[in-house]
Design a protein around this ligand. Structure first.
Ligand code: FMN
Length: 167
């Protein structure tokens, strides 16, 4: 049950909020861009397919993300959809300030954004809209190119842990 603050019954306990919402299972992506000098990227579970016409996808970077402003300035993104065996790679892309691309096998995609090797699908997109949403930003990006790659199980994120489908 969600606990509320007695002084303010509408105030939710952030830990409880995080814990209960963690019951919603998602896939995991690494969203990348290249600023001409160096690659940038971050692990992102809030990615979602949004619209077919026009072709939009969406995701929500935190306001604290240091990568997001660089991705936004680059404009052209690659959303790398991770496979079940890319949990460690994902963890590397979740550490702020780390050299996230060290040891990662990647190459520039058609739009220049880093395409990570071993993923199950890639979506290239261009940032079109941003909306403030509390401590996050809702980004809407137009799909310019996409491809399915490995016929493999996806990486899943559920209750703070990685997993995958059983065979
Ligand atoms: C499985 C997983 C999913 C994540 N999903 C998001 C997300 O949807 N939005 C977000 O802002 N951060 C998300 N993060 C955290 C970011 O990856 C992390 O805060 C970011 O890499 C910080 O680095 P930066 O300062 O370079 O942006 C996620 C982390 C993990 C491990």
């Amino acid at each position: 049950m969600i606990k509320t603050d007695a002084a303010d019954p509408l105030a939710l306990d952030p830990a409880e909020l995080r814990s209960v919402l963690g019951h919603f299972c998602t896939g995991v992506t690494v969203i990348t861009a290249h600023d001409g000098d160096q690659p940038h990227g971050f692990a992102c579970q809030s990615f979602v397919s949004l619209s077919l016409d026009p072709p939009y996808v969406s995701f929500c970077p935190a306001r604290t993300s240091t990568s997001w402003p660089r991705l936004r300035d680059a404009g052209d993104l690659c959303i790398n959809v991770l496979a079940h065996d890319q949990g460690e790679l994902c963890r590397g892309f979740s550490v702020s300030g780390a050299d996230k691309f060290a040891g990662v096998d990647w190459a520039p995609g058609a739009n220049g954004a880093p395409a990570v090797n071993g993923v199950i699908a890639r979506v290239e997109a261009t940032v079109e809209h941003e909306h403030d949403a509390g401590d996050h930003t809702i980004v809407i990006a137009r799909v310019t190119r996409l491809e399915a790659l490995r016929d493999e199980r996806p990486l899943l994120f559920y209750k703070g842990k990685f997993g995958s489908f059983a065979d």
